[in-house]
Design a binder for this molecule. Sequence first.
Ligand code: SF4
Length: 93
Amino acid sequence: MSTSTTVGLKAGESLERSDKWNLRGACRGMEAAVFYPDPAIAEDTARALAVCASCDVREACRKHALAHREFVGIWGGTTGSERRRLFRRGQSV
Ligand code: SF4
C-alpha cells in the first residue's frame, strides 16, 4: 500500500459539486512531494513552478498561502522565499 499523499479530492468528494479552489488546481492528483522540492535542486523547483504556471487557480492558491503564512513549498507559482518577501512587504499577490 502506498503512503504517498496526493493533491486533490478526498474519498467521496465530487469535483463538480465543489467550489473549493484547491480542487481545481493543476496539481490535483499529483504527489504533494512534488511541491515540496529540495531548494538545492533547481530542476525540482522548476518542475513544480511549471505546473503552477498552467494553473487556473494560481492567484487563489498564492493568497491562501500568504494568509496562512505558508513559507515552505511551492504555492501559487511562488517559492517559500518569494512568499516570505511578499509577506514582509504586505503584498497579497
Ligand atoms: S498554483 Fe500550483 S500549487 Fe497552487 S493549486 Fe495551482 S498547481 Fe497547485
